[in-house]
Design a protein around this ligand. Structure first.
Ligand code: NAD
Length: 373
């Protein structure tokens, strides 16, 4: 039974005030707030954690455990509206189901958000309370680092639960592994769209040269590609360009650069109707998460004859590394798993060509099939 609650749109109704939570059994609270809402995708379970002593308020969303324990990072973020935190948890956990499925990992999809206050105060007590909540799930959810959580925070969590992946002594920084997978994916895209996987002389524009983009730039430079780089930290792009022998350009120009391949490695939602229209490259393949602003840009790319590498397929190297936690795989095994990324992209592109569906839709369908949806 969905309880009656004042307000016409339950999604916009704050669910955090104590009286609302006390009045509603937890499951019904979630059901009433999100039942039939776009972001609820038959999630198996959504936990709401409210620890009065530490002030911790968190959501742990488990989308699917079909392929194994739900795995995905913990985000520490201040949301204007608690429902936005829930939306993030629901969407991101589904994304993790897809990403883990397409990486052939023995893991399902989950995500946690810790709802930070405006001051973004994070205390050891909050982290311990959160770790205990993860521990109570008995391994059904494995957490990892995400926006707003540091390696030190993850180490702190690991003192109260074993279900933390990506610790410094277990593979550590996922960036270099993600970069290697993205490089292999870019090479596969070049082979399909440009007819060669020899990157010598291929012109690649990289947006964002941090942990992932910087690593991809180094692989590409080693392979002889001609690099154009941009970063909001222009000094960082300049420095890398002079070191690797490329050119640095303004962030405003990078997506529309006159190149063969655009490699977005900064923010999400950078592929909009406007930016896709301006792309001159034949390929978009990069590590940034959630590149399509609304989802419909995948079709635009297809119609413009631009080959798109679905982000969560090409950027899975990091999670492949982090989830060595599950089977204690060594580096050689991790690299062998990352080597499979180009093959997965090729099967997505082949199906896209056969069906006429955009690559992102094909990847979603494949992922849903793997998780039994
Ligand atoms: P990072 O913070 O190390 O690097 C991001 C870089 O992008 C920074 O140098 C930043 O200055 C730059 N940047 C930010 N906004 C920009 C803009 N508008 N234009 C140009 N540059 C901009 O982050 P990262 O770990 O390299 O991650 C990059 C992207 O890859 C993110 O979308 C992240 O979610 C995704 N990703 C990362 C990993 C990983 O293992 N680190 C795994 C999967 C996906």
């Amino acid at each position: 039974m969905v309880p009656e609650v004042a307000g016409s749109d339950p999604v916009d109704r704050p669910i955090f005030p104590d009286n609302a939570l006390r009045a509603l059994p937890f499951g019904e609270c979630i059901m009433s707030a999100f039942w039939n809402k776009a972001d609820f995708d038959d999630h198996e379970v959504v936990h709401f954690v409210n620890d009065r002593a530490s002030g911790l308020k968190a959501i742990i969303a488990i989308h699917s455990t079909h392929c194994g324990p739900a795995a995905g990072g913990t985000r520490f973020w201040h949301y204007e509206d608690p429902a936005a935190g829930m939306r993030d948890a629901l969407r991101l956990s589904r994304g993790m189901s897809y990403k883990n499925a397409m990486a052939n990992l023995p893991a399902g999809g989950g995500k946690a958000v810790i709802m930070a206050d405006e001051a973004r105060a994070k205390t050891p007590e909050m982290l311990t309370a959160f770790a205990r909540a993860v521990d109570e799930l008995g391994g059904k959810y494995i957490t990892a680092q995400d926006v707003g959580m540091s390696q030190d925070d993850m180490v702190a969590l690991s003192r109260a639960t074993d279900h933390v992946a990506g610790l410094p002594w277990e593979g550590g920084d996922p960036g270099p592994y993600t970069a290697r997978g993205v490089f292999l994916g870019v090479q596969a895209a070049a082979k399909r769209a440009l007819g060669t996987d020899n990157m010598a002389g291929i012109r690649v524009a990289i947006q964002g040269v941090g942990s992932v983009g910087g690593g991809v730039a180094r692989y590409l430079a080693d392979a002889g590609a001609k690099l154009t780089l941009a970063d909001v930290d222009s000094g960082r792009a300049d420095q890398l360009a002079s070191k690797l022998g490329g050119a640095a350009v303004s962030c405003d120009d990078i997506l529309a650069a006159d190149v063969d391949i655009v490699c977005p490695c900064a923010l999400g939602a950078i592929l909009t109707e406007q930016s896709v229209e301006a792309i001159k490259a034949k390929v978009v393949a990069g590590g940034a998460n959630n590149q399509l602003a609304t989802g419909s840009e995948g079709r635009m790319l297809l119609e413009r004859g631009i080959l798109y590498a679905p982000d969560y397929v090409i950027n899975a190297g990091g999670i492949i590394n982090v989830l060595r936690h599950i089977d204690q795989a060594d580096d050689e095994q991790i690299n062998a798993r990352i080597d499979l990324i180009p093959g997965r992209l090729e099967s997505v592109w082949a199906e896209s060509e056969a069906s006429g569906l955009p690559a992102d839709e094909v990847a979603d369908r494949m992922a849903r099939n793997i998780i039994g949806r």
